[in-house]
Ligand binder design. Structure first.
Ligand SMILES: [Zn+2]
Length: 412
């Protein structure tokens, strides 16, 4: 696990987090075993647990759960093929039980290919006449989308792992990042049942928790970009804001900053150093007040806007407000392409592309538009081993070798 920023962990905090994680996983696996269909999760609150912005270890996938998608007609092999069993759990150097393959010529991994980062906003039960058209999804459509993405070979990774290019998805699969802006209750909220706080099954997180029981290898991952000025309105429902954050983090999700006040940095009145540092620093300051130790390491730009004055843009990355320092390792835009991975020479951490999820009405460059265009030849196809970067010989120039960070570069 990588510890980010100035996160200070006490031994007690680590213990508390582990306890919460064990409880969550125990309940999840219990539901799997019993086949019980009761909606909703699953997390109990451990008071005083330290927020740790380090995603929990991914579920080790079982080989039989892992289709290997490919639109390459030559790639006839797949990891469930008995001939490939050397590459499965138990393989030396693979304690996580990941599906790793080294027959590169057959399944053509490309770990400098693009990674889609999907942007979600609102989730509701059913559309009404006045429902906003482009940024709203129903729970049923969302569930269907998860199924589609799973079947097309996408697997969720955390923002932290995207930043580090630490890709733990099975060989032949494609990493994807889910991002959620504005902290709306449809994304995540808590309900109280018999005095216990639970994730509302009628929320995107509730749908994802349920989906992960069916497909644990899909990944229960995503980052939520919040505006602390919204206070108790963020993930509105039962529980305190602190409890909401704690439960979200304990499930393996992440929190990011979306500024104090949903600030439009392209607006002339915000085009100065003080306003920029206030917008980001105050959001960080308040986050730590709500949940001591919570550090944001990623920001989604409200409206996707940057300061017009380019000299001010470094302040989006790093700055200080009221003695609170902040550092955004990735800054996300709004549109409209899959992103290059952080290992690419083209990667710019201060303006990372996202694709909007399809809303009520499809539009060009939304996820539905992109899905058929995200072919194997352009996307990141994993070899399953997070400690290697495997690329076709002709793409070697696209790898920024300064960012390998100890990973082994392999060409074929
Ligand atoms: Zn927003």
């Amino acid at each position: 696990m990588k510890i980010r920023g100035k996160l200070i962990l006490s031994a007690i905090g680590i213990m508390a987090l582990i306890i919460v994680y064990i409880i969550v996983m125990a309940v999840l696996s219990d539901k799997n075993l019993t086949g019980e269909n009761t909606p909703g999760p699953v997390a109990t609150v451990t008071p005083g647990s330290t927020p740790v912005q380090t995603p929990a270890n991914p579920e080790p996938p079982s080989p039989s759960d892992n289709p290997v998608p490919s639109d390459n007609p030559d790639a006839t092999d797949n990891p469930t093929d008995p001939g490939n069993q050397d590459n499965y759990p138990g393989r030396p150097g693979n304690p996580g039980g990941l599906v790793i393959r080294t027959d590169y010529e057959v399944f053509k991994p490309n770990e400098v290919g693009e990674i889609p980062i999907v942007m979600f906003h609102n989730f509701i039960e059913a559309y009404e006449e006045k429902t906003e058209k482009e940024f709203t999804t129903t729970f049923a459509e969302f569930e269907q989308l998860l199924e589609t993405l799973y079947n097309e070979g996408y697997r969720l990774i955390s923002m932290a792992d995207f930043i580090d290019c630490n890709i733990s998805v099975p060989a032949g699969c494609k990493p994807m990042v889910f991002t959620f802006d504005d902290g709306t209750p449809g994304q995540f909220n808590l309900i109280e049942e018999n005095g216990t706080l639970k994730v509302n099954p009628k929320s995107a997180v509730g749908v994802m928790v349920e989906f992960s029981k069916k497909h644990p290898d899909f990944g229960l991952r995503g980052i939520f970009y919040v505006n602390m000025d919204r206070g108790n309105e963020t993930f509105k429902g039962q529980g305190t804001l602190r409890e909401r954050f704690e439960i979200l983090l304990s499930l393996g999700f992440e929190l990011g900053t979306h500024t104090w006040g949903h600030v439009d940095f392209s607006d002339a009145k915000n085009n100065n150093a003080e306003r920029i540092q206030e917008a980001i620093g105050k959001n960080q300051e308040k986050a730590e007040e709500i949940l001591p130790g919570l550090r944001f390491y990623s920001m989604a730009l409200p409206f996707g806007s940057q300061p017009v004055n380019k000299d001010l843009r470094p302040l989006l990355v790093r700055g200080v407000y009221n003695n609170t320092e902040y550092y955004n390792e990735s800054i996300l835009a709004v549109g409209a392409n899959p992103s290059v991975p952080s290992i690419s020479v083209k990667y710019k951490s201060d303006y990372v592309s996202r694709i909007r999820a399809q809303g009520r009405v499809p539009v060009d460059c939304d996820l539905t538009w992109w899905l058929p265009r995200m072919t194997s030849s352009r996307m990141f196809i994993s070899d399953g081993d997070p400690s290697t970067i495997v690329v076709p010989e002709e793409k070697l120039d696209e790898v920024n070798q300064d960012r390998l960070g100890g990973k082994k570069l392999i060409t074929y």
